[in-house]
Design a protein. Structure first.
Length: 332
């Protein structure tokens, strides 16, 4: 059903993005099923792009453009991927709308003031490894990856982050493979949040008391990354893929902190997760505790790292525990 044009822009944009992200998740699943991943290397061998990244971005950007022609959209996979997309447009009105309440201070934004950061597929490394592992016929635990092959699909998300005045204000995290282990269960889940408003699409859970669980990268580690983790003295470290997936662990009460002292993450990795996390009462900053800027002209790279805390975790105390040499290593 069409959204009423008199609803606040942010409510319409979040609701439409929920539908578009869910549709993009279907594209990602279809490409894996067909097995034609079309993998290319971007910056290096640990920075891959597949046909799923490209096709999901084409769908997301062309569909958002059609509904909201004056917003600025920045996608991970570059501008050439948004050309010739006339057949890729998805009409979000084809899915039931979610009802998104808009805080009064964000209720009269104009399209020209909005920047949307799109990561069409976060966790590409895990998506390709799960595919290769499944292709090679591994069932159960894979010795190479030391995990259940298919469980890597849990690390994949579609991220649509909405920014205004350089701040993350709204976010959509779609998990295309949520529930894949439940026979007959509905595949996929879309979580959304508005800062100063609410979180929808999942129940929020606090992490356990009396211990500290840290989540971090499994495929982009370094000595600086590991020094930062040791400095917060975790009881447990969950090395998993994707910025979206790691923030989902904070929202699900499976981890207290996301620590990534590396310049590897980009604005499209953090904008949507940050907005959803902050809507839930958590915090996401760089590793020095400084807010990450999301203006259209901001550098794409989060060169000073990422530190995120679940709701109720004293973020500042953990910023103070990050060693000075780690902070000095990460220059803006
Ligand atoms: P990870 O936690 O390693 O899954 O990384 C989260 C996001 O940041 C993913 O989109 C990665 O592709 C990206 N990322 C992190 N580190 C790097 C890196 N060294 N090179 C390229 N992309 C990276
Ligand atoms: Mg990413
Ligand atoms: Mg990506």
């Amino acid at each position: 059903m069409a959204l009423a044009q008199n609803m606040p822009l942010l409510s319409r944009l979040v609701s439409s993005s929920v539908a578009i992200a869910s549709h993009a998740g279907g594209i990602i699943r279809d490409i894996l099923k067909k097995g034609e991943l079309g993998i290319v290397e971007k910056e290096n061998a640990s920075d891959l792009q597949t046909e799923a990244d490209r096709a999901a971005q084409r769908c997301i950007i062309s569909s958002l453009n059609k509904c909201f022609p004056k917003i600025t959209i920045i996608g991970e996979e570059g501008e050439e991927e948004t050309l010739d997309t006339s057949d890729k447009v998805f009409d979000p009105d084809a899915m039931p709308a979610v009802n998104v309440k808009c805080p009064s201070e964000l209720s009269s934004l104009a399209e020209e003031e909005i920047v949307v950061w799109v990561d069409p597929l976060d966790g590409t490394a895990e998506y390709t490894q799960a595919f290769e592992c499944l292709q090679s016929g591994h069932q159960g635990v894979c010795k190479t990856l030391e995990t259940t092959c298919a469980s890597l699909l849990d690390h994949v998300t579609v991220l649509i982050g909405i920014a205004h005045s350089g701040k993350a204000i709204g976010g959509i995290i779609h998990q295309p493979y949520f529930n894949y282990q439940t026979p007959g269960g509905k595949l996929g889940r879309t979580v959304w949040g508005v800062v100063g408003g609410e979180v929808g699409g999942m129940p929020l859970t606090s992490p356990p008391e009396g211990k500290l669980i840290v989540t971090t990268t499994r495929s982009h580690s370094s000595s600086t990354v590991n020094d930062a983790i040791s400095a917060v003295s975790p009881d447990e470290v969950l090395r998993v893929g994707g910025a979206g997936h790691k923030v989902m662990l904070l929202l699900e009460g499976k981890a207290h902190l996301y620590v990534f002292a590396s310049p590897g993450c980009k604005k499209w990795d953090t904008c949507a997760p940050q907005a959803v996390l902050e809507a839930a009462g958590g915090v996401l900053t760089d590793i020095k505790g400084i807010p990450i800027p999301y203006h259209s002209t901001a550098p794409h790279r989060n060169s000073t790292g990422v530190l995120a805390s679940a709701a109720g975790i004293p973020h500042k105390e953990f910023v103070n525990k990050i060693p000075q040499h780690v902070k000095d290593n990460l220059k803006a």
